[in-house]
Design a protein around this ligand. Sequence first.
Ligand code: NOJ
Length: 744
Amino acid sequence: MKRLVYSLMAGVLMSACAGSKMPEDKYDIRVDELLQRMTLEEKIGQMNQLSALESLDAMSEEIRQGRVGSIFNETDPHRINTLQRVAREETRLGIPLLMARDVIHGFRTIAPIPLGQAASFDLEAVEAAARVAAIEASSAGIRWTFSPMIDIARDARWGRIAEGYGEDTYLTSMMGAAVVRGYQTDNLADPTAIAACAKHFAGYGASEGGRDYNSANIPIRQLHDVYLPPFEAAAKAGAATFMTSFNDIDGIPSTANGYLMRSLLHEEWGSDAMVVTDWSSATEMLAHGNCRDTLDVALQTINAGVDMDMVSNAYIRYLPKLMKDGVIPEILINEAVRRILKLKFDLGLFDNPYVDESKLQAYTPEALSATLRIATESAVLLKNDNSLLPLGKEVKSVALIGPLADDTYEQFGTWAFDGEPEHTITPLKAMLSVDGVKVIHDKALTHCRDLKGDGIRQAVQRAKSADVIVCVVGEEAIMSGEAHCLADINLYGKQKELVAELSKTGKPLVTVIMAGRPLTIADEVEKSDALLYMFHPGTMGGQALVDLLFGKAVPSGKLPVTFPRMVGQIPIYYNHKNTGRPAEGNELLINQTPVRAAQTALGCHSYWLDAGYGPLFPFGYGLSYTTFAYSDLKLDKDRMKLENDSIEVSFTLTNTGNVEATEICQLYVRDLVGSVSRPVKELKGFRRVTLKAGESQRVSMKIFVENLQFCGLDYYTYQEPGEFRLWVGCNSDDNRNEATFYVD
Ligand code: NOJ
């Protein structure tokens, strides 16, 4: 049983107790020696992070003055070496700099946005994509990235849903840990390793109304059961750094939340990760209204256990005064500087902070093939009537229509600062090299937000002459990501009209959507014969798409997030509570309700009169070019002890179709009765299984009793005894194969 300090206030109070005990480390002696030689100003300088300035001279001067521990947004290896040389050779103690950058889903070679990567459910491929990013970024001298973002997001309006791994706690935990491994390897001193940063700690994904930077109102139990486990998993995977989030939870902005940093991260999870603020999130506490002035900002931030201040200057300006006036003890500063120095030692920067400027790594065959793999696995097939896909040999001409059919930039999605569009493979580029297929390309709209639609008529006319229409629509990169939230998540501009007009041609219509979030696409699903969803797929996206369209690859992706029918259903997620009056599925909709029906004629169930109850597509949904059957579900036993026990679940998976393909088998559990109400289902395991046509395989997965823990009535996290239901299947709504087990 694990004790939870359930009051956020408790952490704030604890923070006054001058910090946590640091675990022993091989660099302790060197860090101690260095700390003893440092002046207070030099220490505080290490705690300051600058965003790169244009002038090298100005940055060099700051470094010489001992006012900088880290710089981010500098990507030129020559300039990075110059700055490191100033730090090493022109400062009293020669402490190297931590050079950082937002390398979120690739440096030069851009992988799909994280939300897309999550759709692969492929931890190996996700780790490989992170490795590619690390190799490329480190070759430019960058040794710290602000990724992975492991905020649980249940609101598609929130632009930053693109940057995370979706709505599920278990999947996000697994993905985050894989990304940490990919960046850091098991040895940070490897020159190709970069330090990961688990962000945004914590609760940022719950920004109210899906509006960025907004308050997150998260009940304590939900915070512990849903939002925090991915951070604990990242800590356990060895994430070297954490970043505080912009939001407040119940009035406490994360940057002042000692409970998160001190009680949880350092004490309970035993991590020694260095904590950085988000961009000026320290001084933004003035706007939040929990700090009186910048002195108070610095005080609350250091008390909470934040080691480095990103760009706000609160530390560099006010920590000296707080020390001089005896408001804070030096031990608080030492604790932070110790973590910063230790990270620099761990990264091997004291031995060699420089990078070989002649060995920039980008677009190697290995990088491109890892990126193609994850792009292919990230696509989710949502509809495929009459097995339209894959396109067969009889298809001699394709009309490739739409604003994203040949846009080298937009398919990167958000946070691709260093991606180079000239290396992008667009759908058009890839399709032009398919033998025996004539491509009729027409953009139809100038861009996704084209409100005029002047080109639609001509595009539709041209499309009529093709055997098949492939229409690529969605969102420009700018439409999702930080600060890019939407209240309406329909296809924007004239894109809806474009799909509608193309469908009227009577030609087989494949709609491809490239976007940074789930969009409300009920109309497009209805009007298309086939629909492939690609969360912005990056550099190799066009190749991945064409491989899938023509059957060189088979779709395997599954949705990492629930797709609402209408925006008003949000928040809608599969692992919700049952409520006291769950819908039964037979509820009347508003257009089925007789005029002047009696008030109680519709029953009193939890659903929407206009949208019904369920989503458009549930979490975990995705089709293939084959079909899979699950059978013969067995448990090796049906009772588990409360501690250190597990059950092995096995079943037979059969590929019942005609092509080799991969199925993502999912295992869900429901705790039927708890001291507090429990979700209707929770993902507890998944496996990617590849089978030839007609092949069967016995698949097994384990459920560990520890994975069933939750924050109970008394705010302790533990396992309660009781009866559990278990399902294996192809998505969160697949209830065909179920079993029961007990925890005693
Ligand atoms: C603000 C964003 O919230 C964060 O994710 C990012 O890493 C920093 N800016 C640095 O660019």
